[in-house]
Design a protein around this ligand. Structure first.
Ligand code: SF4
Length: 237
């Protein structure tokens, strides 16, 4: 197991297990929506290459443990052929977690799936994008914030703009939250933004992080280093 590029494997969604020679493959589908055929394909990979076990992650992924190193290329090819995507790890953007929003949740105010697509397609901000450290985006359809907007680098949820006489629906934005060893609650921005404004903020925050963070520095600690005022000025003006 020498001379293996573990970081490249991590980028592609294969994480080393504590058991020597075995890897977990992290599979994903946009918004955590798996069609029944996806589940059949995942079952088939787990049966053929793993030990028939699938673990549901907190970020809407499905992981198959006990993949042997020598089977990684076959698993990767099978995932690709069947339209399954792999997640990632290391200093990169994680898969964006998304609740159903108004697609079927009775409390949903906004279309979370469409917003996810706009982030990927219009901003090019996608899972596995290289960044100085891990970075998480979460989207919720209403202030119940089931995907925990306050605990991620960028958290968004649909909200009624109470300051607006027309009571339009827009996006509440939280920045700089994180869990882990240095947990921080995110900054809550004061106004409710329309969708295009929210997209602009996402693009600027990701760029600010990419340009300014040191390796292994979460956004929360970067904000503490540069100061909240300068950070907000750069990402909002
Ligand atoms: S955040 Fe709101 S819209 Fe999303 S699942 Fe929770 S209750 Fe439903």
């Amino acid at each position: 197991m020498e001379n293996i590029d573990y970081d490249s494997l991590k980028r592609r969604g294969f994480l080393r297990q504590k058991q020597e020679g075995f890897f977990v493959v992290r599979l994903r589908k946009a918004y955590g929506n798996y069609a029944s055929i996806d589940l059949e394909n995942i079952k088939s990979i787990a049966d053929q290459f793993g030990r028939g076990l699938v673990h549901a992650t907190t970020r809407q992924g499905l992981e198959i443990p006990y993949i042997k190193y020598e089977d990684i290329a076959l698993v990767e090819a099978k995932a690709k052929q069947t339209g399954l995507e792999t997640g990632t790890s290391g200093p990169r953007l994680r898969t964006t977690t998304v609740c159903p929003g108004n697609n079927w949740c009775k409390s949903g105010l906004v279309n979370t799936f469409e917003f996810y697509q706009r982030i990927e397609n219009e901003l090019g901000i996608k899972c596995a994008m290289d960044l100085p450290h891990k970075f998480k985006i979460v989207i919720s359809g209403c202030p119940n914030t089931c995907t925990r907007a306050q605990q991620s680098e960028i958290g968004l949820h649909g909200a009624v703009d109470l300051a607006d006489p027309k009571k339009n629906i827009g996006w509440q934005v939280y920045l700089g939250g994180c869990g882990g060893k240095t947990p921080r609650l995110a900054l809550k921005l004061e106004k409710i933004y329309n969708e295009n404004e929210a997209l602009r903020i996402i693009a600027r925050v990701v760029k600010f992080f990419k340009d300014n963070a040191k390796p292994k520095q979460r956004l929360a600690l970067l904000i503490e280093e540069v100061g909240r005022e300068r950070f907000l000025k750069e990402v909002l003006e």
